[in-house]
Design a protein around this ligand. Structure first.
Ligand SMILES: [Zn+2]
Length: 298
């Protein structure tokens, strides 16, 4: 471990010049969970032979703003993420902490993406304005300057025991791809713009604009109290293309693994032996087999 660098600069949230912390875009507990349940080391999918030691980090927030976010991350970890991952809990009561957590996650991601998109001449100008406006609303909300998030919509979808997904390629192990991946980025498709995050099977989408044909059933998180159930959720959305993309990446990562990497994973599997059942990925492979068989029956 090297000495931690001290970086001063403008905090992205409060805009004060302060010492900046090395912030995780996706909260640290998600990465820790992945390391705990992973068979091999974590791999970055676009460079399958490189091992990612940690999840993406940026100098972005001051200590005070980082603390503001940590409290809500803890709430999400203990009230939704861990109960779902560890105990298969499916019904969750929530309060305003959940909206705050989702907005903080999507905002971090959007803020960094906008640095890049603002310089991209090919990026849709109307979408760019919509995203810039959303970034402002979200920042004011996160700082407590406003209580609402205007027409921004938050949705949460649990990739849990997918029983039918007729448009997807079952050879690509959808459960494995969803349950083993961590990502967060902003994108648009037509007039629909959003930030999408996958926290090991919990997909969180914040919409900045939405076309009429988008259909999201039992996924919306209201700003305030409510209940979200990891059942009977449905999506008809351009976001489906992102999911397909993740599956393709996971598949490519598998085919591009070097023999050396494959051998390492096999060795590790041999060592684990029967203990392999304790690893989440084992259940994922079973789920995908069932899904494939059900689909063949149709
Ligand atoms: Zn700050």
């Amino acid at each position: 471990m090297g000495k931690e660098k001290i970086v001063y600069g403008q905090c992205a949230l409060c805009r004060q010049n302060k010492e900046l912390q090395l912030s995780h875009i996706v909260p640290r507990f998600v990465g820790r969970k992945m390391i705990k349940t992973a068979l091999g080391n974590i791999r970055v999918t676009n460079e399958p032979n490189k091992v990612a030691q940690d999840i993406e980090k940026h100098y972005m927030l001051c200590h005070d703003c980082e603390e503001l976010f940590s409290a809500k991350e803890r709430w999400f970890a203990s009230n939704i993420f861990n109960p779902w991952q560890d105990h298969k809990q499916r019904e969750f009561s929530y309060d305003e902490n959940l909206t705050y957590f989702i907005v903080s996650l999507s905002w971090r991601s959007l803020y960094l993406d906008l640095e890049e998109y603002s310089c991209d001449a090919t990026f849709d100008k109307e979408i760019l304005l919509t995203m810039l406006r959303a970034e402002n609303i979200m920042r004011d909300y996160l700082l407590g300057k406003r209580q609402d998030v205007s027409d921004i919509q938050n949705h949460m979808f649990f990739f849990d025991r997918i029983e039918s997904a007729s448009n997807y390629d079952f050879e690509k192990n959808p459960s494995v791809a969803m349950h083993r991946s961590i990502t967060s980025y902003s994108a648009y498709n037509g007039k629909t713009s959003f930030t999408i995050s996958n926290l090991l099977g919990i997909m969180i989408v914040t919409f900045y604009s939405m076309e009429e044909q988008e259909e999201w059933t039992n996924t919306q998180i209201l700003n305030g109290r409510g209940t979200i159930v990891a059942e009977n959720q449905g999506i008809k959305s351009v976001v489906g293309q992102e999911i397909q993309h993740w599956m393709n990446e996971a598949e490519n990562a598998k085919t591009n693994l070097s023999d050396n990497q494959k051998n390492k994973i096999l060795e590790k599997m041999k060592k684990v032996g029967n203990g392999i059942r304790d690893y989440a990925i084992f259940q994922d492979f079973i789920d995908d087999e069932i899904l494939k068989r059900n689909n063949e029956k149709k």
